[in-house]
Design a protein around this ligand. Structure first.
Ligand code: IMP
Ligand code: MG
Length: 173
């Protein structure tokens, strides 16, 4: 595999994202919704840099069953309650075709009766099929290939890598 963002670069960028979010949403209460499982490592780093009073919860959904082929979008369980005075920030690992985030955003806006904000660690615009609104983007990766690490997996593996890397031919099986 080939490293594209080191642990140090990631830490610096997460700090930058937190500064943006603190500046924009710092005035009130925040409910952070991390999307399992890919966002949890990013979520853990990000929330420790946020300065407003916040709660965080995780929501479970899956769109990719195995490897990199898209499956159907599924939501699991009950969504967390939000107070009327809480802003909602959704934290996702990656936006690729845009399908997951577009549906998730529409679903959550309707469920909570207010527009949610979205923070995505990695934007991969190469295969984008839908226009997606992302309020906070960590990195934009315009190269090819499947990326892993810092929460991102290939068939369940590599989430624990402290960096982001692109899988090379023959890897991941
Ligand atoms: P989208 O619906 O195509 O935008 O894909 C979003 C989901 O696909 C993410 O939440 C990931 O689970 C998965 N995904 C897409 N591309 C990658 C990748 O390069 N590495 C790891 N997961 C990916
Ligand atoms: Mg995911």
């Amino acid at each position: 595999m080939r490293v594209i963002y080191s642990a140090e670069e990631i830490a610096e960028r997460v700090g930058g994202l937190a500064r943006e979010i603190n500046a924009d949403l710092g005035g009130g209460l925040l409910l952070v919704l991390g999307v399992l499982k890919g966002s949890i490592i990013f979520l853990a780093d990000l929330v420790r840099r946020l300065e407003m009073p916040l709660k965080f919860e995780v929501v479970a959904l899956s769109s990719y069953r195995e490897g990199d082929e898209p499956g159907e979008l599924h939501f699991y369980g009950k969504l967390p309650e939000a107070r009327p005075d809480e802003r909602i920030l959704v934290v996702e690992d990656i936006v690729d075709t845009g399908r997951t985030l577009t549906e998730l955003r529409r679903y959550l806006d309707a469920h909570y009766g207010r527009p949610v904000s979205v923070c995505v660690f990695l934007n991969k615009p190469g295969r984008r099929r839908r226009r997606v609104d992302v309020d906070y983007t960590g990195f934009t990766y315009t190269g090819d290939g499947f990326v892993v690490g810092y929460g991102l997996d290939y068939a369940g593996r590599y989430r624990n890598l402290p960096f982001i890397a692109v899988l090379e031919a023959g890897e991941g099986e």
